[in-house]
Design a protein. Sequence first.
Length: 108
Amino acid sequence: MLQSVVSAIRNTVPISQFNRGLAGKIFADVKTTGPKVVMKNNEAEVVLLPPDQYVQLMDLLNDYELLSLAVERMEHYDPSKLISEEEMDSELGITQEELDSVGEVEFE
């Protein structure tokens, strides 16, 4: 319990510190010690975190959304409704010559 209180105190910053010109110090502290919660009127206003942590969180969120979509699609998966590549090409009016003219496609 004591550790969580100490952590909360260390990771919160009153917005008044920004008004006192301490933004540079706060940003440097975020880079070295991690995210900070900026408090305004005793409520959390924003969270400051280093850009690499933000990118990591956004990547995780994107991965989660893709996984959720895949799980949802698999719940409705019906192998009897599958069609071949040739059937799909025919439905879309795509010929083999058109596919050959595209060349190599690079996936990442």
